[in-house]
Design a protein around this ligand. Structure first.
Ligand code: F6R
Length: 246
């Protein structure tokens, strides 16, 4: 596991975009796993800027998003589909048919999850998976629990996640209570993983990810068992972590 200390959110975002850009340049047909949320927003803006300058070509790239709220359609502006369109897909030359997000409006959980897992497998697996981290240590929407769930599944969102995500919605009641998410196994099968963390709210989770036991109570802690994980965290997210050699 490699840990890079970033000075702040901007520095973290440039470093993260550089790693993603290098992946696309070295393998123009890359299969990427993508995250939503506040953390990667500026990383996506950097990638869009570099695309506009002609440095990047997304025409061969395929993407699989980590998760989607259950019960909202892609036309809902809080859906992760809408987030991805707004922040990346509509601004670069990625082919629509190469972008994949679990269908939040489909009620048949088993069908959605099996098809999503199969599609990732048929694409040859994810080469580089981008992750954020929840305040409670979740990755994707794998919430703290008694066991690690392997494959794509439907999850009841933890109260702390609903509280953390209500800032994106008009009213707390509007926050969906369920989501489809890649499982911990889906994430761990990615060849390379890049986890980003910014801000004080993530400090506890990041410290436990780095120093605590590997436990499904802190789902991100399983990343310590993956052979190729890079973490880029800013100073605020690392306040509880002593200076480490990188
Ligand atoms: C988003 C996702 C979540 C977020 C996490 C952090 O697709 O899977 O795990 O990465 O909740 O969210 P932010 O970045 O909004 O703090």
């Amino acid at each position: 596991m490699r840990l890079y200390r970033a000075k702040n959110y901007e520095d973290m975002s440039i470093k993260a975009a550089s790693i993603l850009a290098a992946q696309i340049v070295t393998d123009p047909n890359s299969v990427l796993g993508l995250a939503t949320g506040s953390t990667p927003e500026l990383m996506y803006r950097n990638l869009v800027e570099w695309y506009k300058k002609g440095y990047l070509d997304f025409s061969g790239v395929s993407t699989y998003n980590l998760d989607e709220y259950r019960g909202i359609s892609g036309t809902n502006e809080q859906s992760y589909y809408a987030y991805m369109m707004k922040n990346l897909f509509s601004k670069v030359n990625i082919k629509e048919e190469n972008t994949h997000i679990p269908d939040g409006f489909q009620e048949d959980t088993r069908k959605v999850c099996k098809e999503y897992e199969d599609a990732i497998c048929q694409a040859g697996g994810i080469e580089l998976q981008i992750l954020g981290i929840g305040n409670n240590g979740h990755i994707g929407f794998n919430e703290p629990s008694d066991s690690f769930l392997e494959d794509c599944h439907c999850v009841n969102l933890a109260e702390s996640t609903i509280q953390a995500n209500k800032r994106f919605f008009e009213k707390e009641e509007d926050v969906p209570k369920q989501a489809y998410t890649m499982g911990v196994g889906t994430i761990m099968r990615a060849k390379k993983i890049l986890l980003l963390a910014s801000g004080k709210a993530k400090a506890d989770a990041v410290e436990k990810l780095l120093n605590g036991p590997v436990t499904p109570q802190i789902p991100a802690s399983i990343l310590r068992l993956h052979p190729d994980v890079t973490i880029i965290a800013d100073e605020e997210a690392l306040v509880n972590v002593e200076e480490m050699k990188i």
